[in-house]
Design a protein around this ligand. Structure first.
Ligand SMILES: [Zn+2]
Length: 105
């Protein structure tokens, strides 16, 4: 059977825990609670564990650390270590959303 290009493919959507914008899952960044209880930014979306989503935007990543948003979303305490790591990772993102396709190495 010939494959027709599907114009509007149903894609899974998630809500940014910081700004509440609903986006296609792969355009968001995943924050994961790993089985060992660490909270990490999962740029690949492949880590196992409970996940929450934020925009690929510095303010949303940092915002997730504020007001215990991650704590509530993932039901975990964010250690100082995890917090620093996420803050460090956030600094490599712009404050504007980055299109996945436009990322360069
Ligand atoms: Zn957001």
């Amino acid at each position: 059977m010939a494959k027709k290009p599907v114009r509007q493919r149903r894609q899974p959507q998630r809500t940014c825990i910081t700004c509440r914008t609903i986006s296609i899952k792969r355009e968001l960044l995943r924050i994961v609670r790993t089985p060992s209880g660490e909270v990490v930014l999962d740029a690949t979306g492949k880590l196992s564990g409970r996940g929450a989503y934020v925009c690929r935007r510095r303010s949303c990543i940092l915002g997730a650390l504020q007001r215990d948003r991650i704590v509530k979303a993932l039901e975990v305490d964010v250690s100082e270590e995890s917090r620093s790591a996420i803050e460090a990772a956030a600094s490599s993102y712009d404050d504007e959303p980055q299109a996945v396709a436009n990322q360069v190495d």
